[in-house]
Design a protein around this ligand. Structure first.
Ligand code: ASP
Ligand code: MG
Length: 418
């Protein structure tokens, strides 16, 4: 069996869903993983924010808009006024959950997961019904019943050992050989919905591929394959034909939005090749990622936005170094703050971290551990691999915006003000 993953951009409208059908037509055994349609996850994040702020009116408007957006796609795919019952039920369920439960800030992440998961539940309901209407018998799977994760809301990892028998059972029990499941979601052992991190559908597809021993996994995207830079930021970006797993993890970690960083390990463990192919051209090869591709040596430029710079200084001028590292990093982990670059001097430690709701809280906790803390916002992290001389200068930007720069023989990483 193969695994195909379709991201939000590829199913953002009726044409996208028709194109998905055209791509899978003719396949006999397939596990299809689908993200939420278009910008639905962002819309559901706004629903969550409205709930969090106690703004019932705003919440209702956001949900209505989201429902209408999906209904437009449904009407175009089927006929005016046609309803996908399962999708309607999910929206009803979302409204009911919000009105019948009291928001609890202590459980913000759990609420977030419960709300944003509907994007994928609705999109897969529509896609599955549409494929069925086109004569493709398929089995819709509720991935919350197949993927067991740890109770780490908003950024959970799937336990492959626990999930494997569940997913395999469902596949064995179905008559159809085409499966449609949600990316991005799972649930804790006691049944609470979890999400796997923004853009986590790639990871879902990789976990499914690992469990079913897929022959390959393909991510269908709105780009030609994996490019050496983000074409929206760097105009002369070009496609890389082949990559190995290790280089891909490095690229994803540096912030290349090609693939979720957690995607590679489940594939690498079973040596499953990953194809990144353009949604618009079924015949193009895209990029292949596997264990045998040579190391890339073309310039690669990655800009990671939405960063903050947290600087810690020890109050008594004692060294911030080794003995204090555990407390610093366990505090960041406790508040689930991702650290992307570390820079230290004798008495200061600077951390380029992902923007987070909890950064202020984490800083206060670290003050309690004897540090002075400082937070700078509006930060971005630029990573340049395999680049020389004048080329580097082109990407560096204004010198006065650079706060930290780290250089190794083939990589430069720069923390700068946006
Ligand atoms: N829908 C989720 C997101 O937008 C997951 C994904 O697209 O991979 O982040
Ligand atoms: Mg996406």
């Amino acid at each position: 069996m193969k695994v195909y993953k379709f991201g939000g951009a590829s199913v953002r409208n009726a044409d996208g869903v028709r194109n998905l059908h055209a791509i899978i037509e003719g396949e006999s055994e397939l596990f299809v993983v689908v993200s939420a349609m278009g910008k639905t996850t962002n819309a559901l994040e706004r629903v969550f924010e409205a709930v969090r702020n106690g703004d019932a009116e705003r919440c209702r408007c956001e949900i209505d808009e989201c429902r209408a957006y999906h209904q437009t796609i449904v009407s175009e795919l089927f006929s005016e006024g046609y309803r996908v019952k399962r999708a309607d039920e999910f929206f009803d369920d979302l409204c009911r959950y919000i009105s019948e439960n009291r928001y609890d800030e202590q459980r913000a992440e759990e609420w977030y997961d419960r709300i944003v998961a509907y994007g994928e539940l609705v999109s897969t309901s529509i896609v599955s019904e549409y494929l069925g209407s086109k004569g493709i018998a398929n089995c819709w799977l509720d991935m919350r019943e197949c993927f067991v994760t740890q109770p780490r809301h908003k950024d959970a990892d799937v336990s492959i050992a626990t999930s494997a028998p569940l997913l395999r059972q469902r596949i064995a029990a179905a008559d159809a050989r085409i499966f449609v499941g949600q990316g991005f979601i799972g649930s804790t052992p006691d049944g609470h919905t979890t999400t796997l991190g923004r853009e986590g559908s790639d990871y879902s597809a990789a976990v499914a591929a690992n469990i079913i021993d897929a022959e390959s996994m393909t991510v269908w995207k709105d780009v030609d394959g994996i490019l050496n830079a983000d074409p929206r930021i760097f105009r002369d970006a070009y496609k890389i034909d082949e990559l190995n797993y290790v280089d891909t993890i490095e690229l994803a970690y540096s912030g290349a939005q090609i693939i979720h960083p957690k995607t590679i390990k489940p594939l690498q463990n079973k040596n499953i090749p990953l194809h990144v192919r353009p949604f618009g051209d079924k015949t193009a090869r895209g990029t292949v990622i596997d264990g045998t591709a040579p190391t890339v040596c073309t310039p690669i430029i990655i800009l990671k936005r939405n960063q903050s710079l947290l600087t810690l200084r020890s109050r008594d001028l004692s060294f911030v170094l080794e003995e204090k590292f555990p407390v610093v990093f366990s505090t960041l982990e406790r508040f689930r703050i991702k650290c992307n670059l570390i820079h230290n001097t004798a008495i200061a430690l600077s951390l380029c971290v992902e923007e987070s709701w909890h950064l202020e809280q984490a800083a206060r906790a670290l003050q309690g551990e004897g540090f002075d803390t400082e937070i700078a916002d509006n930060i971005e992290l630029l990573t340049i691999h395999h680049c020389k001389g004048a080329d580097i200068d082109r990407y560096m930007g204004d010198a006065e915006n650079i706060l930290i720069s780290q250089t190794t023989p083939d990589t430069i990483r720069v923390v700068r003000l946006r």
